[in-house]
Design a binder for this molecule. Sequence first.
Ligand SMILES: [Mn+2]
Length: 549
Amino acid sequence: MKTVVIGHKNPDMDSICSAIAYAAFKRATGMENVIAARCGHTNERIDFGLKKFGFEPPVFVHDVHPRVEDVMEHEVVCAHVNAPVYEAMTRIGEKRFRGLPVVDGDRHCVGIVSGFKIGQYLFPPLDRISSTRVVEASLTAIRESVHGKLIAGEDNDEVRPHLLVVAAMHTTTFQKRLAQLDAKSTVLIVGDRWNIQEISIQAGVRALLITNGAIPRKNVVLAAREKGVPLMVSPHDTATTVLLARAAVTAGQMLVSDFKSVTPDLPLREARHEVAMSSQFAFPVLGPDGRLEGILSKSDFLKDVPRQLILMDHNELTQAVTGAEEVPIIEIIDHHRIGVAPTHQPILFLNRPVGSTSTIVANCYQQAGLPIPPPVAGILMCGLISDTLNLSSPTTTDVDRNVLGELSKITGITPGDLASEIFSVGSPLLTLSPEQVITADCKEYTERGARFSVSQIEELSFSHLHEQQTALIGALESYRAANNYLFSSLLVTDVNTQNSVLLVRGAASFTRLIDFSEEGPSAWKLDGVVSRKKQLLPYLTGLIARSAL
Ligand SMILES: [Mn+2]
């Protein structure tokens, strides 16, 4: 049973980091075969956090619907296309199968050997009953099939029709009979009847097969050598020898090549439909290269899917990995509103109104009395800092503060330092051009006939603002001019300190009214202002009203 610990779709830092850490926690508590997974792509910031503490992004799992490979038989009993059908029949008998897939040297499936087809070969309809005397196989295959020993002459691998003739008659009758046969294709099967043996050697039969383990006389052996007639001895009685000789045909001759196959990744739901519509007894499971990877039988649908889920940082199925509704969910660790679907079994559902799921995972370690390994503590810090904007978001609780303090002790890393590292990665100021920074989140407004724009970006510090400030102001001026605005502005918010810097380019009649303290040319410090809608816009519209007076 594999346990997949997985966060929500469109993963954020918290859902990725908490999944990795919780999988580590479950392993530490003794659970086996636990993996962390994700069902969406990571971003630059997440990759940075993982790499900093030595983790790879978790396995990408886009769909957990039960698939053919989950229940198919992996250890496939199959027959080689050139193997004697007797061998295939033996395996079918041993395993109580109804047939076997047949493969070539590259393990490509060429068909299915069917018990029914073999039955028809051994017991053909009455109008074709004479065909039971013919076996299309090599002499070597016939000898091996009857467990025979070569006494004289040579093995021969040429596959061709051989006529099985049993000499169970008087010598003179036999001579007459032999004269009517094509000696060159006759395999003569006889017991210790030395005169019959000599006659057939002289007639130049294709091979002489002596039954009951009877050791041929010297003169017979010599004659066979002289005439180049292969002389074989079967340990079985005549009736058994004939039967086994017939089974010397290859599996390849007894196969149904018009068969239905399935692929390992086919959803089980679709496979069930296909199987129900077919009379085939089993379905070879073929990989993309056509090689045999498994076999699917109808009884496989009764098996349990060997996979279960632990949902991290979400509990609503709409946010969960595709197919989650068809797989057992054994645990949910979350800090969101509750919208979980009813479950069949009682499960562990840990939902705490704290700032991050990473906080809850840290609590799990603490409650179990297990030490948090420093790399795990590191990514838990990443998840916690990222979800709570380094404890500044209104969702932050004392639990988060305490946990972050503990994690910081374990890693020896100051939360503030880690926060600035995390938020400087993939920050708009570092990854976007000044023109892109202006337009990434830009809103246009009209007030008293004046049009203007207010853009906003969020950073975790102003450390990258100062070096970009001149370029940003230049970009604002171009943007304002191109759109003929009264002014264009950019609010750069430090989500860590909850302060902003406002850059404005526009008519002097407007900008001279701005009464915040200046932070260089065309820049002002707006301490405590983070909301464009609730804080900045009322201020700006107030200035417009005053400038019009
Ligand atoms: Mn979260």
